[in-house]
Ligand binder design. Structure first.
Ligand SMILES: NC(=O)c1ccc[n+]([C@@H]2O[C@H](COP(=O)([O-])OP(=O)(O)OC[C@H]3O[C@@H](n4cnc5c(N)ncnc54)[C@H](OP(=O)(O)O)[C@@H]3O)[C@@H](O)[C@H]2O)c1
Length: 251
């Protein structure tokens, strides 16, 4: 049986696993890092937890006779793409990157694109009321700022709560719509938003609301990735598998 490995943990990874489940002659294994305690399991087979670096992944590809790898990890997953690139080269397995396109500033946007949280914190020196839309793991770089009030939106509460001078937690899970995002910015008198350039449509309404209201956006750029053939959607990933001869019919 032909075997495809999806490095997942993203909407795109789930979507691709679902589509590949329609090919009965294909063994599709989705790999999840295991960061959440009860992850939603993708269609097909899944495995959870790290491989043990490049060597571990190389061995896994060889032992499981994997014929193709699709790296569908999140744009801000810093390590896995590099491991996949090195392991696929070592095991001589073709690799495709499936990545949603980054957001780009358009007319009316007031964006400051930064490459680190430290630079994002520097950009906030004149801000008064900030919406933090970066999750709960990477807040520490902002705690030295004592002037702005931080409205921290996250799915789960930070534990422990970083020592902010003025902050409030807002528990919420996307997707978010434009009307609610506009209301949130107005009601909280937000003058700056900090976020990651995740791309996609689930959380982009805040950017449209910011544009309308002239709110400044401090946008963290994506981390560097290895050179790799990249597609933006699952349909193109299916085309690639078809071209490799791993699925028998065109999508
Ligand atoms: N970072 C984010 O903002 C973000 C957001 C949404 C979802 N995610 C998902 O959460 C996962 C972990 O994110 P991260 O930022 O910690 O990634 P990372 O920095 O790229 O990965 C760190 C280590 O976690 C393991 N790992 C990562 N993704 C894996 C996968 N799909 N299957 C098996 N092991 C994996 C690998 O361990 P070994 O070296 O031991 O193999 C890797 O070296 C990713 O799969 C990503 O798609 C991340």
């Amino acid at each position: 049986m032909l075997t495809v490995l999806i490095l997942g943990g993203t909407t795109e990874g789930y979507e691709l696993a679902q589509k590949l489940a329609a090919f009965p002659d294909l063994r599709t294994i989705s790999s999840l890092a295991g960061r959440t305690s009860a992850p939603r399991l993708p269609a097909g087979e899944s495995r959870i937890g790290g491989f043990g670096g490049i060597d571990g992944l190389t061995a896994y590809l060889q032992e499981n006779l994997v014929q193709a790898v699709i790296d569908a990890t999140h744009p801000f997953a810093r390590r896995m793409g590099w491991n996949a690139s090195a392991a696929c080269a070592a095991a001589q397995v073709p690799l495709l990157r499936l990545e949603r396109p980054a957001w780009r500033p358009g007319p009316g946007d007031v964006w400051q694109q930064v490459q680190s949280w430290e630079l994002a914190a520097q950009a906030l020196r004149t801000a008064l009321r900030v919406l933090m839309s970066i999750g709960r793991q990477e807040l520490a770089a902002f705690t030295a700022l004592t002037e702005p009030f931080f409205l921290i939106r996250a799915v789960d509460p930070p534990d422990p709560m970083p020592p902010f001078a003025k902050a409030q937690i807002l528990l919420a899970r996307g997707p978010f719509n434009l009307e609610d995002e506009r209301r949130l910015l107005i009601d909280n008198r937000i003058d700056a938003i900090v976020c990651k350039n995740s791309g996609g449509t689930a959380t982009d309404a805040k950017l449209a609301a910011a544009r309308e209201l002239g709110v400044r956006v401090i946008m963290l750029d994506r981390p560097p990735r290895p050179q790799c053939r990249t597609v933006a959607d699952t349909k193109a990933a299916l085309d690639w598998l078809y071209d490799l001869g791993l699925i028998s019919q065109g999508p």
